[in-house]
Design a protein. Structure first.
Length: 300
């Protein structure tokens, strides 16, 4: 009697198929690694896809210089644990070269500058495909992505110029200088990711779980105390019991009030949530099309 795959097993099987298909079609792929739960899940899936061989491509992390210390520490530990090469691009290097310009103001974000450093690193490494952890449920612009998402010779994304993907047939043909972003967990939801993390016992950075931290409430966005944030008149830091649903720069990533200090509590909390995990990202609040505009410029 054949075994009927569970929902998570079907998603895992699909993701592993996407990884193997991409390695078959592209010469020099790389995983875009943010240090967040989705990219951590990608690394674990890549490990399972090619086991017992090593993961056959490196991780590429774009370090804005405004990262949570816990994220960077976890990144280095993960690379050692999976025995995978880590390629790091520094936004500060792009600023020093003059290819990126620091935002001005009290709390400048380097989030948009990541695209410049990313494109520079993709060109430097001659990477022709970059695996990303984007999911269709995460943000409306990401719902327009294909599994194999074409980028032109400038690394830009045109949502109207993507290939059809019928019957799990993926077209990776490209002209000189063009590339692809590949999204193996595109059909996953935030809940799927958390349940898979529990099932596979995947380690995560500690800030995904409830802890005490000095926080300022800025227009409903709970920002952590850091060397990169400047308090505005009338603001002050207060210790709050929080956790993070998504990870990014300390200047733009909002926390949520939470008592979820283990996976079971996190899953219960996510099940009751009425807002996506990017709902507390200050960068996504800059305009209605903020994410889509960044993606067109080469963002993850």
């Amino acid at each position: 009697m054949s075994h009927k795959l569970s929902h998570l097993e079907q998603l895992e099987s699909e993701a592993i198929f996407i990884f193997r298909e991409a390695v078959e079609q592209f010469e020099n792929p790389v995983i875009l690694f943010s240090g967040g739960k989705d990219s951590i899940t990608l690394v674990h899936l890549a490990y399972k896809a090619f086991f017992p061989a090593k993961i056959p491509f490196p991780l590429l992390h774009i370090d804005t210089g405004h990262n949570f210390p816990e994220t960077l520490e976890f990144r280095d530990e993960l690379a050692k644990r999976y025995n995978v090469k880590l390629d790091i691009g520094y936004v500060q290097d792009s600023i020093n070269r003059g290819t990126a310009v620091e935002e001005k103001g009290l709390n400048p974000s380097r989030n948009t500058l990541q695209s410049i450093t990313l494109l520079e690193k993709l060109e430097e490494g001659k990477y022709d495909a970059a695996f990303g952890g984007g999911r269709r449920d995460e943000e409306k612009a990401r719902a327009k992505e294909r599994f194999f998402s074409h980028r032109d010779e400038f690394g830009q994304w045109d949502p109207k110029n993507q290939r059809p993907e019928l019957w799990n047939l993926f077209n990776g043909k490209k002209a000189q200088g063009e590339s692809f972003r590949v999204f193996p967990i595109s059909n996953w939801t935030e809940m799927d990711v958390w349940q898979y993390i529990k099932k596979e016992n995947i380690a995560l950075p500690s800030i995904y779980f409830a802890h005490d931290r000095n926080i300022v409430n800025r227009g409903g966005v709970l920002l952590a105390e850091s060397p990169y944030n400047t308090l505005l008149p009338g603001e002050k830091y207060e210790q709050m019991h929080i956790r993070y649903r998504t990870l990014g720069c300390m200047t733009i990533t909002g926390a949520i009030y939470s008592d979820a200090d283990n996976l079971d509590k996190v899953i219960e909390e996510v099940a009751a949530a009425r807002e996506t995990e990017r709902g507390n990202r200050a960068d996504d609040k800059r305009s209605e099309a903020a994410m889509e505009d960044r993606k067109k410029q080469g963002y993850f």
